[in-house]
Design a protein around this ligand. Structure first.
Ligand code: 5AD
Ligand code: SF4
Length: 451
């Protein structure tokens, strides 16, 4: 637990996180550290005395965006020379980025790595005393966390269960910036979830780069081997009304026990995010994904055999080096065959230091963009058709906000992770309600609340 830092007491602190849910969860950790040393959190960047940008390195566009934002902060720093700007997260785990910040962005006071967040108080203290750029990107532990914890929502909570990744997919920077896989102890996770449920949280999202390898490497010796399916059972047996979600699952590690656990645990959502990345075995091999399309489809078939309506979502990379027209066509074939509820697609982005970075690539950027458009168009048709299966049914929905599109409407997520819109007011936010579905669109379904 951090000690109050006298010089930081009362200082307004603003934290902005980019990227995946694990990074959002780190953002909550940063906010907690800041509150625990005496800072006051603000949403107003222009009034802040301390700004921390918690960055993402998965794609180049995310990095460019952050460099743009840091650049634009030069003016803020000129107007308020006492302003402290810190850069945290995956981007600063790459040495060349720390060097670039140090050399070209003098408005930045410090950089702090993903496993060194506990050094933030020390870095702030040093920055308050001197204008010299300081950084700490060592790998300590992600686990030491005490004191009061800030949560971005009062009803949805993210709970990291493991950190890092050992898979080294050839396109991915994560193993280089988040280090090797390590799991939190099951006791610590269960007790955190119990506390969250006790204080009214209704959705628990278990997070890890690959939750299926949970328990392979504990930081401390554990008496009993608990793997992910067992962890799901332990959390499911806690008392209270809540839904359990998890992200992400590597298809190579989906075991029969995991599928059993999803169906046996009533609180586990009937939805699986299963990143396919490509529908071509040749591309999957070059991506080092360690599964074939056939194995992937066997998992899908087993799930759909047990529950034909089970909701599946996926990640696709379009334009991996030397992806041929046939490779791309094979990906579209899988989309048609599986009928995902949602597909998150990304154009391949070259990440220096990864294996794919040195692979030859004959496809033009223009062709990659066209493929992306084709894929989005196909998925839009599939979602529109597929969402119709919910019409006439009653879905249990956790309401999470008011609709931005329609006045007097609220929006939420069903157990299947489908967006549901219906007439209602903001007093429903954070509650489970039953909604009878009357219509569907390509991004959501709509209906009427049943009392
Ligand atoms: N380029 C494009 N997409 C990527 N992803 C990871 N690395 C890259 C990259 N270099 C995507 C993958 C992953 C998701 C979180 O981001 O699809 O599942
Ligand atoms: Fe990246 Fe692959 Fe690890 Fe996911 S499993 S974080 S895509 S290396």
């Amino acid at each position: 637990m951090e000690k109050i830092l006298k010089k930081a007491v009362g200082k307004l602190a603003y934290v902005r996180s980019f990227g995946c849910q694990l990074n959002m969860s780190d953002g909550e950790k940063i906010k907690s550290i800041l509150e625990n040393i005496g800072c006051v959190l603000t949403d107003d960047e222009s009034r802040a005395d301390i700004i921390i940008l918690n960055t993402c390195a998965v794609r180049e566009s995310a990095e460019d965006r952050v460099f743009g934002i840091i650049g634009s902060m030069k003016k803020l720093k000129e107007e308020k020379p006492s302003l402290i700007i810190g850069v945290a997260g995956c981007m600063v785990q790459q040495e060349q980025n720390v060097e670039k910040i140090k050399k070209s962005y003098p408005q930045v006071s410090f950089a702090v790595g993903t496993s060194a967040l506990d050094s933030i108080p020390k870095l702030i203290e040093e920055s308050l005393e001197s204008t010299k750029f300081v950084s700490d990107t060592e790998e300590y532990s992600n686990f030491c966390m005490g004191g009061h914890q800030v949560r971005d929502s009062s009803f949805k909570a993210s709970v990291p269960i493991m950190y890092g990744c050992n898979n080294f997919c050839t396109y991915c920077i994560v193993p280089y910036v988040r280090g090797r896989e390590r799991s939190r102890s099951p006791e610590e996770i269960v007790s955190e979830v119990r506390e969250l449920v006790r204080s009214g949280y209704k959705e628990i999202m278990l997070l890890g780069q690959n939750v299926n390898s949970y328990g392979n490497y504990f930081e401390e010796e554990c008496s009993e081997k608990i793997d992910f399916p067992k962890l799901l059972h332990m959390i499911d047996s806690l008392e209270g009304e809540f839904v359990i979600r998890f992200m992400s699952s590597h298809p190579k590690d989906v075991s029969p026990e995991l599928i059993d656990a999803i169906f046996e645990c009533p609180k586990v959502a009937k939805h699986l995010h299963l990143p396919l990345q490509s529908g071509s075995n040749d591309v999957l091999d070059r991506m080092n994904r360690k599964y074939t399309v056939e194995k992937y489809l066997r998992i899908v078939d087993e799930i759909r055999r047990r529950s034909p309506d089970f909701s599946l979502t996926t990640d696709i990379i379009v334009g991996f080096p030397d992806e041929t027209e046939q490779d791309f066509g094979a990906t579209l074939d899988v989309l048609k065959r599986v009928e995902y509820d949602n597909v998150y697609s990304f154009i391949y982005s070259k990440r220096s230091g990864t294996k794919a970075c040195d692979m030859p690539d004959g496809t033009t950027e223009q062709r990659k963009s066209e493929r992306m458009r084709e894929l989005l168009e196909l998925q839009r048709e599939i979602s529109t058709r597929h969402y119709k299966r919910f019409i006439g049914r009653t879905m249990r929905v956790l309401v999470d906000g008011v609709s931005k599109k329609r006045e007097g409407f609220v929006t939420g997520k069903s157990n299947e992770f489908i967006i549901v819109e219906f007439e209602g007011d903001k007093s429903l936010i954070g509650q489970f309600v039953n909604v009878k579905i009357t219509d569907s669109m390509n991004w959501a379904v709509t209906g009427e609340m049943i009392l």
